[in-house]
Design a protein around this ligand. Sequence first.
Ligand code: IMP
Ligand code: MG
Length: 179
Amino acid sequence: MAAITVHDKAFSIYLPEATLQKRIRELADAVNTDYAGQKVYFLAILNGSFMFAADFFKYLTIESEICFIKLVSYKGLKSTGDVTTAIGLEEDLHDKNVVILEDIIDTGKTLHFFLPQLQHQQPRSLKIVALLHKAEMTKFDVSIDYTGFVIPNKFVVGYGLDYDGLGRNYRDIYQLAAD
Ligand code: IMP
Ligand code: MG
C-alpha cells in the first residue's frame, strides 16, 4: 500500500518490506560475524521491536537466546531525571554477551537511563542494534553499534511501530505525510 491512515493522520510509504528485510539480514550477518563461535543473549525491547526482533532472530546462525522486556519510566524519583526499570528480565546477565534490539532510537533517553542498570550486572559485553535512528534528535549519550537506517525527524509507523496504539500491523514502514 502506498498510503495508510492511522487514527486521523495520513502516512505514506517510506521503507518497504523488501528494503527492511534486506537491511535486517545485513545487520544479522554483521552480528553473526562479530560473535562467531560465541553465544549471545538478545534483549528485545517491547512493544515496538517485536516484529523486528522476530525477523532479525531468524537470520541468526550463532547460538542465540532471546528475552522480551518492557521498560517503564518513573518520573520525579530523582532530580537527575527518569529512572527506568525492566519488566520481564529474569536472567542474570553476568558474563553474558548481551545485545539489545530496539525498533527506534529518538532522543536516546530510554536507553541512556536503562543501560547503567544492565552494566551493573557486569555482562561480558553489551551492544545495541537499532533498526531506526533519528540521529538529529538524539540528545542523550547512547552508542549504537549496529544501525539499520538513519532517518529524519518525521514520525513513522508500521512494522511494530505505533501511533497511539495503532499501525503496528503493517509489513512496511510509513512516514507522516506532509500536511
Ligand atoms: P527515545 O527514548 O526518545 O529514544 O524514544 C524511543 C521510543 O520512542 C521508541 O522506542 C518508540 O517507542 C518511541 N518513538 C520515537 N519515535 C517514534 C516514531 O517515529 N514512531 C513511533 N514511535 C516512536
Ligand atoms: Mg521502542
